[in-house]
Design a protein around this ligand. Structure first.
Ligand SMILES: O=C(O)CCC(=O)C(=O)O
Length: 258
């Protein structure tokens, strides 16, 4: 089951998030983690030519592997309930300071040998709205060895200079203090869409799966359908020229194209 935070925890969490741009909360108990793992197995088994969900694959030394699935909640009632009602929506609303609505959702599988992500802010990849709250719900323990996220604290107030691929400019990357955040399964790392983050490859023999919902303030509109329409249009207009897999509207993912 998903675990509801107390209002005191929410207030303290929102204050920590406002100051640092990130927050760790516990979302699922052990039974909830087991159920979520089952849902991800179901989703990973869906065919490529479905009704609108998207699967993305990367080339690893073990061959092509699933790296991401997205646009999932229209097709999975359990995931829809987890992400659009109850404690997840409540925490997202507390962090935004007003009622939240789901903007997008994805699963990053990061299977053994799966690639990491270059330093980036999500904001440049999320059209229509300036300010979002995202999170990584750890489905497997995320560790240093399997490519947990690293964040930069207190840098969520502005969009930073980028390189040609929309990732954080290398001069800034070198000047930042990166903080690795290991996240146990069932816990959630919340971060602002302007919080710089990156992750390494999965050097372990086991998957490092994570669910990533993103929320925006409902007052700014329910734009989930517009987001996926825009993403598909930009994907159709052309892929990446660097031999890497396009999973995003910026060139953050380091996975090789299949
Ligand atoms: O899953 C990861 O390791 C990082 C994911 C990420 O930064 C993203 O999808 O924008």
């Amino acid at each position: 089951m998903d675990l509801a935070p107390s209002s005191t925890d929410l207030d303290a969490g929102a204050a920590h998030f406002a100051e640092t741009g990130w927050l760790l909360t516990r979302t699922l108990d052990d039974a909830g983690v087991a159920e979520l793992r089952g849902w991800l197995d179901e989703i990973a088994s869906w065919p490529d030519d479905g009704d609108g969900w998207m699967h993305h694959r990367e080339l690893t030394d073990a061959g092509p592997q699933l790296c991401r699935s997205e646009n999932l909640i229209p097709f999975h009632a359990g995931l829809r309930a987890l992400l659009t009602t109850g404690p997840m929506l409540e925490v997202a609303s507390a962090l935004l300071g007003e009622p939240a609505v789901l903007y997008k959702e994805k699963v990053n599988y990061k299977l053994p040998g799966g690639a990491g992500y270059a330093p980036h802010q999500d904001a440049p990849a999320y059209p229509f709205i300036d300010s979002h709250v995202s999170c990584m719900v750890a489905v497997d323990d995320a560790t240093l060895d399997n490519g947990c996220l690293e964040v930069v604290e207190r840098m969520h107030h502005e969009v930073l200079a980028t390189d040609a691929g929309g990732c954080v400019h290398p001069d800034l990357v070198a000047s930042f203090e990166w903080r690795a955040v290991e996240v146990p399964a069932g816990w959630t790392l919340w971060f602002h869409s302007r919080t710089p983050h990156r992750s390494g490859p999965n050097a372990s023999p086991l998957p490092r799966r994570a669910l990533y919902p993103t929320y925006n303030a409902l007052a700014e509109g329910d734009l989930r359908a517009d987001y996926y329409r825009e993403k598909l249009a930009r994907f159709a207009a052309g892929g990446r020229a660097d031999g890497k897999v396009q999973v995003s509207l910026i060139d953050d993912f380091q996975g090789r194209s299949v």
